[in-house]
Design a protein. Structure first.
Length: 273
C-alpha cells in the first residue's frame, strides 16, 4: 500500500503560511480517493466519524469542501474559485495512516477538518493566501441594561481546564441549545456561537477583555414544536437572541463588516483515481 505524506508538498505552498499548523501537518495519510460524483442527487455530506480514522465526503461541490477545510462559517468567504468548483460534485475518502491515528483522534474537530487542506494541496495543487471581505455579520454588543455574566477575578485560578478546549484555561461545554463555560474570554464565546447554527459570522464589539463564567440556554430555530400536552409550567428556553440578552446581557446586531477570508490563487480539478 502506497503511503503518501501530503505535508511535504504543502510545506512549500503559500497555503501553509496561514492556515496550517504543525499539528495538522504531521498527520500522514495512507490512501486518498477523489472522484467526481455523477449521481445528480441533491444532497451530499462531509463527515469525520468520532474516534475514526477517515475523512469522508459524498456528492459535495468543491467550494463547500474548501469552506469545510478552512472552518469558514460562510462559504462566500472563499474568494477566487472557478465556476467548476460550484458546478461539479465530488466524493473523497481519506484514510489516516496507522501511526497518525492517535494524533488525529486527539485533535479538536476544527483541526481534523484542516487535514483536508493537505489533500487539496496534494491533489488539486491548491494555493491561497489570507485576505478580507465585507460580509453580513452579527456584532456582539453589551445591552443597555448591562452585563449579566459573572466576571472572573484576576486572582482566581482554574485548576481543571477541560481537555481539548480551544485555548489554555478554557472550560467550555457545548451541546444543542446550551453553552456552559468557566473562565471564558469573549473569543471563547465567539468560538462557541460560531458553532450554534447562526446564519452570520459573529464578531466581538463588546470591548470586554476579562474572563467570565457563562451559562446560556436557548431553543434552536429548527427544534420540533413542543408537545401540546406538555405541562404549561415547563416553558422552553427562548431563542438564542433573547437568551443572550436575558441571561448574559449581550446582544447580536445585524450589520456588515470586514472579516477574514481565503483568497484562492490556484486550484485544478483533481485527476481521477
Amino acid at each position: 500500500m502506497l503511503k503518501t505524506l501530503f505535508a511535504i508538498v504543502l510545506a512549500s505552498c503559500p497555503l501553509s503560511s496561514f492556515a496550517q499548523t504543525t499539528q495538522s501537518l504531521s498527520v500522514h495519510l495512507d490512501v486518498v480517493s477523489i472522484k467526481e460524483n455523477h449521481s445528480e442527487q441533491e444532497k451530499g455530506y462531509l463527515e469525520i466519524p468520532p474516534n475514526g480514522a477517515r475523512i469522508i465526503v459524498r456528492n459535495t461541490p468543491m467550494f463547500r469542501i474548501i469552506g469545510f477545510a478552512f472552518n469558514k462559517q460562510r462559504n462566500d468567504l472563499i474568494e477566487g474559485l472557478p465556476q467548476w468548483t460550484r458546478d461539479l460534485k465530488w466524493d473523497i475518502e481519506a484514510t489516516i495512516a496507522e501511526e497518525s491515528i492517535p494524533l488525529f483522534r486527539a485533535m479538536p474537530f476544527e483541526k481534523q477538518k484542516e487535514v483536508l487542506q493537505q489533500i487539496l494541496a496534494g491533489r488539486c495543487h491548491f494555493a491561497a493566501h489570507p485576505g478580507e471581505k465585507e460580509a453580513p455579520v452579527f456584532a456582539l454588543t453589551i445591552t443597555k441594561s448591562g452585563l449579566k455574566m459573572r466576571s472572573v477575578l484576576a486572582d482566581e485560578t482554574n485548576s481543571s481546564p477541560k481537555p481539548g478546549a480551544p485555548s489554555i484555561g478554557w472550560d467550555l461545554s457545548q451541546s444543542r441549545g446550551k453553552i456552559s463555560a468557566r473562565h471564558l474570554p469573549l473569543e471563547g464565546l465567539i468560538y462557541a456561537l460560531s458553532k450554534a447554527g447562526l446564519s452570520r459570522q459573529v464578531i466581538d464589539r463588546t470591548g470586554l477583555t476579562g474572563e467570565y463564567d457563562i451559562q446560556l440556554d436557548w431553543t434552536p430555530d429548527d427544534s420540533p414544536e413542543q408537545d401540546q400536552e406538555a405541562s404549561s409550567s415547563e416553558m422552553p428556553p427562548p431563542s438564542i437572541f433573547t437568551a443572550l440578552e436575558e441571561q448574559l446581557g449581550l446582544k447580536l446586531e445585524a450589520t456588515r463588516a470586514l472579516v477574514p477570508a481565503v483568497i484562492v490563487t490556484h486550484i485544478e480539478k483533481p485527476s481521477a483515481n
